[in-house]
Design a protein around this ligand. Structure first.
Ligand SMILES: Nc1nc2c(ncn2[C@@H]2O[C@H](COP(=O)(O)OP(=O)(O)OP(=O)(O)O)[C@@H](O)[C@H]2O)c(=O)[nH]1
Ligand SMILES: [Mg+2]
Length: 342
């Protein structure tokens, strides 16, 4: 890289760092409300206990145990509020009203139906539609699958009646089956709203989230790199890479200074550029194949992400050699849309 391009590159990393760290802090400062609603006895309180991993919410075989809207937190993450609510068909008329008034504020609604009872009954369907009219961010939870048969058909049945745009997650809050799948679905929904970092930090399995972020960044980088406009790639690419680097540091609770982030991206990019004439191939040779540009940008982004992930998971310093080796490996893929092998 010549001096002028190096300077341009450093400036874009600087600007991206400030911008991306601001976005992350904004996300971390917001409350996250997850409301669990559904008919009495469907297992809402039990599911809270399973998600948190501790018996914090009271459960009871008798319907109508929960009578107020109670927030529960994940350990150390006070901004995440799992809101337990009274059953929607609670005979004490006041209770469902409280829940309905609350629906609009939730980031995500987990709508419960009981696999061991009348699944998605007419009254449940009516409640569901009422809720969906106020808040579309719903995951349908089919609970008590340990006590029911033919779960696949039940899921199909719910989808037919609720609408295929809603995900149905079959779980058992008694045995814990699929609780991890439920957490994953919650995360996917939050990702679409740009509010996923906080919840991702609460999960024991950070690797799955990290992989998803890295692979998505790899594809986005490929799209930027493949764009045929000369010089159009530097700023958005560095923003993407800085954003990914900071998100991973936040996920794994590793402090990352501006200088460290900058050095990491500049050193590894320069090394990669030395080998492949990164910038030249990507944009500065007229007629350079856009497939090649996409592949270079995507491979570098993936290598950076997986190199960081490896270091964080193994409590090691981030190793530029590893990033470079990964880069060479990913570059052998046929095109940037292909998922990398690890
Ligand atoms: N077999 C089985 N039983 C469950 C499951 N989840 C909850 N239960 C039982 O169902 C009963 C009701 O569970 P809760 O968690 O209190 O249900 P809820 O939806 O909070 O009920 P309300 O607060 O009354 O609206 C309890 O006896 C639980 O032990 C499950 O996955 N399988
Ligand atoms: Mg309850």
């Amino acid at each position: 890289m010549d001096e002028e391009r190096k300077r341009e590159f450093q400036q874009s990393v600087d600007a991206a760092f400030d911008e991306e760290i601001k976005k992350i802090h904004e996300q971390l400062d917001q409350d996250l409300l997850i409301a669990l609603v559904g008919e009495v006895n469907a297992g809402k309180s039990s599911t809270i206990n399973k998600i948190i991993g501790k018996d914090v919410a009271k459960t009871n075989p008798q319907p109508g145990e929960t009578i107020s809207i109670d927030p529960y937190n994940l350990a150390g993450l006070e901004k995440i509020k799992l809101m337990d609510t009274p059953g929607l068909n609670d005979p004490h008329d006041e209770n469902p009203k409280k829940t309905e008034a609350f629906i609009g504020q939730a980031d995500i609604i987990l709508f419960f139906t009981n696999a061991a009872g009348t699944v998605f009954s007419d009254s449940e369907k009516a409640k569901f539609q009422e809720i969906a009219a106020h808040n579309e961010n719903i995951l349908i939870v089919l609970n008590k699958i340990d006590a029911a048969e033919d779960i696949e058909n039940l899921v199909e049945f719910i989808k037919q009646h609720a609408g295929s745009q809603y995900d149905v997650v079959p779980i058992s809050s008694k045995t814990g089956q699929n609780i991890d799948v439920l957490k994953d679905r919650i995360l996917e929904l939050l990702e679409k709203k740009g509010k996923d970092i906080l919840f991702a930090k609460s999960l024991q399995d950070k690797s799955t989230t990290a992989k998803r972020w890295i692979n998505a960044a790899g594809v986005s980088a490929g799209v930027i790199g493949a764009s045929p406009i000369p010089g159009s790639d530097v700023v958005p690419l560095t923003a993407l890479q800085v954003g990914l680097t900071l998100k991973l540091a936040t996920l794994y609770d590793k402090p990352l200074t501006k200088k460290a982030a900058k050095d990491l991206i500049i050193v590894t990019a320069t090394k990669t550029a030395g080998q492949t004439a990164y910038r030249q191939i990507v944009k500065f040779v007229p007629g350079a194949g856009s497939i090649a540009g996409g592949l270079v940008a995507s491979s570098f982004t993936l290598a950076l992400g997986y190199g960081i992930k490896y270091a964080y998971e193994n409590n090691m310093p981030i190793d530029e050699e590893i990033i470079f080796e990964l880069y060479k490996k990913y570059k052998k893929r046929k095109d940037y849309k292909q998922q990398p092998e690890n």
